[in-house]
Design a protein around this ligand. Sequence first.
Ligand code: GSH
Length: 255
Amino acid sequence: MAATLKLHTFSLSHFSEKARWLLDAAGIAYVEEPWVPFLHIVKALRKGGRGATTVPVLDTGKGCVQDSTRILLWLEQHRAPFALLPTEPALREEVLAIEDRFDRVGSYVIRYAYSVVLDKPQGVIALWTIDATPLQARIVRLGFPLMQRILRKKFKLDQPAAVATAEQRFGEALDWLAAQVKDGRQYLVGDCLSAADITAAALLAPIVCPDQHPVYCRADYRAGVASLRDKWSGHPATAWVRDTYRTHRHPSQNL
Ligand SMILES: N[C@@H](CCC(=O)N[C@@H](CS)C(=O)NCC(=O)O)C(=O)O
């Protein structure tokens, strides 16, 4: 029998949500073990084994797979039949191209969201410590000014042009998505849910705030990103994201 999969995440992370949703939609059993941002670094480096500190990381029992795209490809290979990637080569390429497109948008989404929330320490600390023990929460609170400086530098939040680019890329992604579904289609590729839909919806979700997401549905989270959410809430692509969540984001079946 295959070992139970363990998915390391941040509850807040949209790339983690993509991996979590892929597992849920494929009906694959797993245990989610969330890490606490910043306190995750050594664990991610050790488990990932590739010099990267990112989540999600999938522990397969025989090794670890870091990066949501690598997790997707691992699932296709090791949990066949894996219906979220079509077997027909042209369709499979199309799904992977859209997945790649929205992965790139995902990085801008993080910068865009932090551009409005990072200066609200209480709100950010509350979100970073969702899964923290009391001791971990204390460390995050004490270390927050340093963590805030690191993120501000990493995401270039002091550079208005960098923030403007993030907003522009987000808007372009919404426009592209709206053009794909303007004929009323529900799915980006073919006639059923695929990794393309999941990636697009999950990576846009931090700004769209669908009701079905356990963190983005929270009033405190929504208050933090309200200026961005309100700005884009009338865009047809955000309606598609909300609809895709409503129709396909069923509660996790994890153990
Ligand atoms: N290409 C990666 C990107 C993942 C990513 O950026 N994750 C963020 C959270 S949404 C993260 O782990 N940030 C903390 C870090 O980089 O140490 C993937 O697809 O998994």
